[in-house]
Design a binder for this molecule. Structure first.
Ligand SMILES: *[C@@H]1O[C@H](CO)[C@@H](O)[C@H](O)[C@H]1NC(C)=O
Ligand SMILES: *[C@@H]1O[C@H](CO)[C@@H](O)[C@H](O)[C@H]1NC(C)=O
Ligand SMILES: *[C@@H]1O[C@H](CO)[C@@H](O)[C@H](O)[C@H]1NC(C)=O
Ligand SMILES: *[C@@H]1O[C@H](CO)[C@@H](O)[C@H](O)[C@H]1NC(C)=O
Ligand SMILES: *[C@@H]1O[C@H](CO)[C@@H](O)[C@H](O)[C@H]1NC(C)=O
Ligand SMILES: *[C@@H]1O[C@H](CO)[C@@H](O)[C@H](O)[C@H]1NC(C)=O
Ligand SMILES: *[C@@H]1O[C@H](CO)[C@@H](O)[C@H](O)[C@H]1NC(C)=O
Ligand SMILES: *[C@@H]1O[C@H](CO)[C@@H](O)[C@H](O)[C@H]1NC(C)=O
Length: 838
């Protein structure tokens, strides 16, 4: 695989290959020292570059003796540069040397450093949502030797691939490009990605940035992307076992935005003033879950708190969220940063408790915020830097609080090799950015994420040996999508392969009919779209949304196709002698009922915003070079859904009193679903057989009565007599029980293809207010035509059969739960009866 080759080649310069086993660490350390010295001297691969500018030269590590010498200092006299000491001792030494004023100048994203003690400035703000980005005033920039970086598909597309190794590979490629750019003085090492807020409402403008509506899927994306971004070779695991605060990391990755943030700007609701009213059950079950997985399982080194308030308290000043939950319960090894201006927002926008700048600064730092990102509006700086000294002088916080915050941020920089270098990445250079392998990975990611929504009478794939001409109809910005496919938080791409470019490679005669904003000349006549459709063997319409409809600070008001596209798509379909093919670019779901119901629209493909190589992926799917296997990571609702519930209602469960429907596939299965969560067709057919369709019984010995909890039953459905132990508190006792089974996936059609096997559990039928079903596992496999692949699963009873009760306890219900493998189109299920034996 090009991917595996890429990963090992880029992570380890040849002399440092892990196969060299014992000798490797020493040899690589020497190599690192040599190349750093070369950098300091202004020659060598990264010659004189590096992001740390000191006295007219650039360096890649703080503790380079030549750098200290250039400052008139002797590095050997600064214990924080003594690599033989533990990180904690070094950070203590560094912070201990700084005056209060120096300390406070380093609490903002544009940290000034402390030249007196050899500490350089550092720009914390980095974005790498789907590739290295230059958004924000951080230290990442494109130009000269690094004109661009690989732009991967938007996260919602990558999520649709449901392939964990893909997510990790993309994180790995992005962090390789960052380390290469760092060596060249084009990047810093801290990145505020991924965005793992759950898409609770289909109108949310930031769906493109996220892995969708299911907390477990979002969490697994987070774990894999973060591991790809952060993990260093095998040695790091040993370091983690010894001291997780000293585990080396390649690039720092950040789970954002914590918590219950998913309203941007919807009518009068605005994220800066929005106070999310959230029940504790929803907090545990939906809003916190991906963050818990990102920290516990991904060991992310950063969490960003959000602008909004949660039940009255600003997320960035909530000690229960930041300190008790993130730092103590989930054991964050890293730093907590504010979303940019969150502390100012408390004062200026939310006017929270009429706090002054000093009071807001003190409240946020005491709650557990370590670093304040500020936007530099109106000439002001971030609040921590502006008000930190006064907050200490007025006794609102202690200097020890400031030391604690700085300790968290400098430990992170130590782990990144900012002080000492990280030898295994020092040979990366310009050739590792936009490499052939990375562009191929971007194309592969886009292909894997393509979702076939409709395919009547096998309209797709188009046969390139029979189709001699195609008519391409749509807005120019979708056909020639040099911009739309890159979505938000983009950098500068290596290149862009548009649908037009890629389809032209498949079929020579490509007629383009470009529609204007709002209208498409569908009339007969030389230039009309109808005529264009008639003279071609196939008509492909590319339609959808762009960032003026769905984006950060811009939620949607409806789910319809904008700019009158529906009208002219129907007109083109009517004029075409063959059923047309419709390709949709969007992040959120679009109500394309009109197309689903129109027999003259034969096939619909959801292409998302597929990144710089997106055109190739679209053409490969349309012409059968790739058999689509992606699945929708969120429900596509009909437009009527959004008139039934305001976006600002946070509850996931239906609210009969207010007539609100439930949210996401877990709580809504009414008539307003156009395509369900997990929907996705293939050019072949699959069948399932399972090793465990007959059901099984699991008995869990419950240690003591106090581990039992009440269970909510549907009205009239409570078992009689009531069970001795209705439900087990999943957190209160160890529980190693597992349910293992295997599913045999057989490809019964004529073409090989990727297939995602989703596994859901559903609680016993008598349990009330529970999810209909919940995703607990998934695997993507490739199955050649006519072949079968066995896919094993092992579900943990206390994790995968657990539900969150109204009390917010996570419990395992007694009774017959169901395991459901697959989706509406193809599924098998069996019961697992859980006995709680007291
Ligand atoms: C140091 O880096 C800056 C910014 O990247 C660049 O403008 C400058 O030319 C570099 N200096 C040297 C000596 O390479
Ligand atoms: C904030 O100040 C305004 C105006 O002085 C006052 O009406 C309001 O009650 C104060 N709010 C709080 C929470 O103290
Ligand atoms: C699409 O872009 C290509 C260049 O990328 C250009 O040659 C072509 O004319 C554009 N198509 C239309 C219809 O403008
Ligand atoms: C397109 O036309 C060129 C030149 O006529 C020919 O060499 C090529 O094979 C054609 N490509 C396809 C996909 O038909
Ligand atoms: C989105 O598309 C519309 C219609 O073509 C266009 O007017 C608008 O400028 C586009 N906006 C962005 C941000 O691309
Ligand atoms: C929308 O498209 C239809 C069909 O092409 C056309 O009849 C109608 O006038 C268009 N409406 C607007 C507002 O452009
Ligand atoms: C899948 O099976 C159905 C029913 O047997 C059949 O009609 C259809 O053509 C098959 N589709 C493919 C892609 O093989
Ligand atoms: C999952 O993604 C990886 C990395 O791109 C790829 O090698 C693998 O083939 C994919 N798996 C399937 C089943 O498509």
């Amino acid at each position: 695989m090009p991917l595996a080759a890429m990963a090992s080649a880029s992570s380890f310069p040849s002399r440092c290959h892990p196969a060299l086993a014992v000798a490797a660490a020493l040899l690589c350390a020497i190599t690192g020292a040599v190349s750093s010295a070369a950098a300091a001297g202004g020659n060598g691969a990264a010659g004189g570059r590096g992001p740390i500018a000191t006295a007219g030269k650039n360096y890649t590590r703080v503790c380079d003796p030549a750098r200290f010498a250039a400052l008139g200092l002797d590095a050997s006299r600064f214990r924080y540069c003594d690599a033989s000491l533990p990180y904690a001792a070094r950070v203590r030494d560094l912070v201990g040397r700084m005056t209060l004023e120096e300390k406070v100048r380093n609490l903002g994203d544009q940290a000034e450093g402390a030249p007196r003690v050899g500490l350089p400035p550092y720009r914390w703000w980095g974005e790498a949502l789907h590739g290295v980005s230059d958004v924000g005033p951080g230290g990442t920039w494109f130009g000269d030797v690094v004109p661009g970086a690989t732009s991967f598909p938007l996260v919602i597309n990558a999520a649709a691939a449901l392939n964990e190794s893909l997510w990790r590979a993309v994180g790995g490629a992005v962090s390789t490009e960052i380390r290469a750019m760092y060596n060249l003085g084009h990047a810093e090492l801290t990145y505020w990605s991924p965005n793992i807020n759950v898409v609770r409402d289909p109108r949310w403008g930031r769906a493109s940035e996220t892995p969708g509506e299911d907390p477990f899927l979002v969490g697994r994306y987070a774990v894999n992307f973060v591991r790809g971004m952060q993990d260093v070779g095998a040695g790091a695991a040993a370091a983690a076992a010894a001291d997780p605060f000293a585990r080396p990391i390649k690039v720092s990755s950040c789970c954002k935005h914590f918590a219950a943030y998913d309203v941007d700007a919807w009518f009068k609701a605005d994220r800066l003033t929005f106070d999310a009213q959230v029940q504790e059950r929803d907090m545990v079950e939906t809003f916190e879950r991906p963050f818990e997985m990102c920290i516990r399982d991904g060991d992310a080194s950063c969490v960003m708190c959000s602008y909004n308030r949660v039940n009255g308290i600003p997320a960035c000043a909530d000690a229960r969220l930041l300190t008790e939950t993130v730092r103590e319960q989930w054991q964050l090894h890293g730093y907590i940063v504010s979303d940019c201006d969150s502390v100012r927002v408390m004062v200026r926008d939310a006017r929270w408790l009429n706090y002054t700048g000093v009071e807001a600064t003190a409240a946020a730092m005491k709650a557990g915020l370590d670093l304040d990102c500020g936007m530099f509006w109106e000439g002001a700086r971030d609040f921590f830097t502006t008000y930190g000294v006064d907050a200490v002088r007025q006794g609102k916080i202690k200097e020890a609080d400031v030391d604690n915050a700085l300790t968290n941020v400098y430990l992170t920089l130590m782990r990144l090799g900012f002080f000492d270098g990280l030898p295994e990445f020092e040979s990366l250079g310009a050739g590792d950015v936009c490499s052939k392998a990375h562009k191929e990975l971007a194309a592969d990611a886009a292909r894997q994420g393509m979702v076939l929504l409709k395919n009547d009478a096998r309209r797709l794939p188009l046969d390139p040996t029979k189709i001699k001409s195609v008519s391409l109809v749509g807005l120019l910005e979708h056909i020639n999508a040099t911009d739309v496919m890159l979505g938000d938080y983009r950098g500068k791409p290596c290149r862009v392969v548009t649908p037009y470019n890629a389809i032209r490679k498949m079929v020579n005669a490509t007629y383009v009919h470009a529609c204007d904003n709002g209208a498409c000349d569908t009339a007969e006549g030389m230039g009309g779209a109808a005529r264009t459709a008639r003279i071609a063997d196939a008509t492909i319409v590319i339609a959808g949304l762009n960032m003026s409809v769905e984006r950060e600070s811009n939620d949607r008001e409806d789910l319809l196709l904008p700019w009158n596209q529906t009208g002219w798509i129907n007109a083109v379909a009517e004029a075409s002698p063959y059923p047309i093919v419709l390709v949709i670019m969007s992040a959120g779901g679009v109500d394309v009922s009109f197309a689903q119901n129109n027999p003259k629209i034969g096939a619909i493909v959801w292409a998302g915003y597929p990144g710089e190589e997106g055109g190739t992926a679209i053409a490969d799917v349309l012409f059968g070079k790739h058999n689509p296997g992606g699945r929708l990571p969120l429900t596509w609702f009909k437009n009527e859904y959004v008139s039934q519930i305001p976006m600002t209602s946070m509850a996931l469960r239906p609210d009969a009193a207010r007539g609100y429907p439930g949210r996401t596939y877990k709580f809504y299965d009414g008539p307003a679903v156009l395509y369900p969560f997990g929907h996705g067709l293939s050019y072949t057919n699959f069948s399932y057989a399972s090793s465990a369709t007959t059901g099984s019984t699991v008995t869990i010995p419950v240690g003591a009565w106090e581990h039992c909890r009440t269970l909510t039953y549907k009205s009239g459905a409570a078992p009689s007599p009531p069970p001795a132990c209705p439900a087990l508190d999943a957190a209160s006792q160890r529980c190693g029980e597992a349910v293992s089974f295997a599913v045999t996936v057989r490809n019964t059609g004529g073409v090989g293809g990727g297939h995602v096997v989703p596994v859901y559990t559903a609680p016993p039928a008598e349990v009330g207010d529970a999810p209909r079903k919940q995703l607990v596992a998934f695997r993507r496999v490739f199955v050649p035509a006519g072949a079968a692949v066995e896919v094993p699963f092992a579900l943990s009873v206390c994790r995968d059969f657990a539900i969150v009760e109204e009390t917010a306890y996570t419990v395992v219900p007694s009774g017959a739960s169901a395991v459901i493998v697959g989706d509406d189109a193809l599924a098998l299920s069996f019961a697992v009866t859980i006995n709680l034996a007291v």
